[in-house]
Design a protein around this ligand. Structure first.
Ligand code: TYD
Length: 207
């Protein structure tokens, strides 16, 4: 595969989507073919699964069902959008990928990392990003941003309690520490420009 696969990760309201479009612009200015995508979703099949995951009752799915649905959505996203784009040499930027399943369902949901990785091997051939940017913001600042953006505490998963989101944040941090070659922790405080600059530094060796 000739392209580059970059994922942006972090909790709710850390500014991933704003930064993803900023980064796409910066890469296009350097002449790269760039594909912007997100999870859950990114392909028609995965977008249909997204609605199942993010709408409805809080207890609609068990953590295990949720993990299977995210893995199914990801399998379609990888097969239909991500792999073809990488094969033609594009940079693929994804707002969330496997690490979200590891942190939310695997960590906070208690399904476990081994099970999530097994589903990823079956569904998506184990495809991993070349670089994962973990955007970090103090919990209060992130909650305030998410509230400002959405006017409420979020979708079915975003609306879970502070304890759940604290476990998500701890799982992300532990994964970043365990895989320092793939992960870069990016301080998401300050202006959009300041964060965008930090992201380019975190990708310097790939550019
Ligand atoms: P989204 O609207 O994309 O939120 P955000 O702006 O926070 O990224 O909703 C995605 C939600 O789904 C978010 O609460 C995180 C959750 N999620 C998982 O629990 N597991 C996953 O594998 C993925 C991709 C997302």
């Amino acid at each position: 595969m000739a392209g580059r696969f970059i994922s942006l990760e972090g909790g709710e309201g850390v500014g991933k989507s704003t930064q993803l479009s900023r980064l796409a612009g910066a890469l296009r200015a350097r002449g790269h073919d760039v594909v912007e995508t997100r999870e859950p979703g990114g392909s028609p099949g995965a977008e249909a699964i997204r609605a199942l995951l993010l709408e409805g009752e809080a207890e609609r799915w068990s953590p295990q069902s949720e993990a299977l649905l995210f893995a199914a959505a990801r399998a379609d996203h990888v097969a239909k959008l991500i792999r073809p784009a990488l094969e033609r040499g594009a940079w693929v930027l994804s707002d969330r990928f496997l690490d979200s399943s590891l942190a939310y369902q695997g960590g906070a949901g208690g399904v476990g990392a081994g099970a999530i990785r097994a589903l990823h091997a079956i569904g998506s051939g184990g495809l991993m990003p070349d670089r994962t940017l973990l955007l970090q913001l103090p919990a209060e600042a992130a909650a305030a941003r998410a509230m400002k953006r959405d006017g409420h505490a979020g979708d079915r998963i975003g609306a879970r309690g502070a304890g759940y989101h604290a476990q998500v944040a701890a799982a992300f941090e532990a994964m970043a520490e365990a895989e320092p070659d793939r992960f870069r922790i990016v301080d998401a405080t300050g202006s959009t420009d300041a964060v965008a600059g930090r992201i380019l530094v975190a990708l310097e060796d790939l550019l």
